[in-house]
Every structure is written in C-alpha cells, then in structure tokens.
Write a protein of this length. Sequence first.
Length: 330
Amino acid sequence: MSTRFYFSPYTGTPVAVTPSNLWEGLGSGEYNKGRIFAEAIGNSLILTQTGSGPQSGLQDNLHSQFVSDPLPAQTLSGTFSCVIPAGEGSVTYDAWLQVIIRVVSNDGTVQRGVAYAGQTQSTPSATTTDPHYEYVDHQTLLKTRVLENIALTNVTVLKDDRLIVEVGWRSSRTSGTDTHMMFNDRADAEGDLAPVVDVTCSTDPKNPNYLRHRPWIEFSADVFGTLTREQYRYMKGGVLLNGDAPMPFVDVESVDGLDSAPFRIAQNDREGVDGGLVIANFESIRTVTLEGTVYCNPNSIDAYLDLLRYNWQPTKKTYPLFFGGDTELR
C-alpha cells in the first residue's frame, strides 16, 4: 500500500526545520511556505509561489519545504514519484526539477538520514521523458514536470520522526534565476494530476487550462504503517490510539458510533393514487466517541495533550477516521 501526499499551499508549519545543506541557495525565502498533509484535501486554495536566487554555476535552489505528520518506527525504502506544475522566468535560466527527501526528528533538529539527495545532471534535457527535462519558459501558464519511480536510499525512522520533502530547481546558469511552482489543495479539485509531462496549468478559473487537479508526491511504501485490531487514528498520519508502550499512549476503553449511520428518509404520498415515494439515498450524520486513559510521564503530559488536541481539533478539511478491524484496515 503506497502513501500519497499533496503539495498543500497551507502556510503554517508545526515545526521549524532547517533546510538541507544540499541546497546551495534558499531562493527568495519562499522555502518555508508549505506542509505536506497526509491525504489531506480542502484548503480551497491555488497558489503560485515564486523562487529566485543568485547563481554561480551549477546550483540547487530550494523553493518550498513540506513536513509530514509524525511517522511510526520503520525503515523508509522503496521508490517515490511526483508531479508538479513548474516554470522558469526565462528560457536562459536552464532550470529543472529538484527534490530532496530526508527524515528528521519530531522537532526537526536531528537529521536521521537522506532518502534522496536529488538529481545530479549538469545540464537540462530537451527530452520530455528525462527527469531533468527543462522547465517551460512561462510565468503564468506553467507545465507539469514529473519524476517517476525514483529509488530511495534506506533510512531508519524512529517513532514520531518526520518526513521532509523539499522541492526546488537545479540550474546550470551562471547568474540569477527565478522559477515558479503551482500548488492546488482545493476540496473541489477534480482528482490528482496524472503523471504526464507538459500538462499546461493556470491559476485563472476562466482559463481553459485552469489547474483543476492536485499535484502530489507518492511513496511506494505505506509510511504510516498499518493498524492492528482495535487501534485508531484520525487522519492517516494522526496520533495512534491503543498503541503499545512505552509511554505516552492512549488506552482506549470504550468506542461508540462505529455502526452504520441511520438512513435519511423522506416520504411523500402520491396525489390521486395509492402509495407514495420513499427517498433513502443518503445517510445521516454519525458521531463517533472514543474514551480512554492517557498514560504519560507527568513532566510531559501537557505536550502530549497539546499534540492530541492539535490532531483532533475542528478543521476546514475532511479527514477519515482509520481503525483496525478483525481482518483489515477500515
């Protein structure tokens, strides 16, 4: 089971992470403008971000940084693929897509390892199937760039570590460059971008090339792990409830509301004849209530409760509740 993240334009981050030292340039300061949400959709935003930076020959410039929710302990391995609309300010900028993937500690201060250190080509390509295919020379109608099935270097992930995905551009130009990337996290988006190169995208809803699909990055592994029986998690990367020791953990003691929601029924008599119409196409709201006990070191209980509140607080987004059933994830 793979894990797909969306490049969300949401501008808040739960942790501050120092950019990788593999980037020679930090663009124009736009790099801390995003965060990956695990399968989260619905900010109702389409945002074009601009990055620019000095250049002194072959150089990697960071454009935007994305931070995952906490991960379970594992070995990150396999491959990744991604698709994102991008462009360069001038055909002379010789820029192409660059991605660096790392694992860091929960607070972002310790780097566990680099899963992908980026592309290493020295010049851009004019061939659409190459991963270093040059950006299009356009600032308003960007075109998709794709990386497919790129191998990752194995990295040991400790409990509650985070995945860092940094996207930017690599350029062989000897002076300044600027590029543009487009992020769509609208709830009404018509699905995800297909991994097809040179799809034209615009932020103008009146334009026939309006960005109607979401850009994404996908890992071949299930980076959030599977749930065992009677474990619960709100959103795929949320805090695990009913997990094993060590502390902190939540011992769930009662669950209510997982039964099917009642049908929403409307009925009307048919005038002048026997019988009537019964409409039961939809289900009503159902409320799920979990009750349990938190086990935690007294010196860190506030921080853990804050984490739970952050995870379960009301949000404009729609998230699923995952739980381990008798035979499968539900």
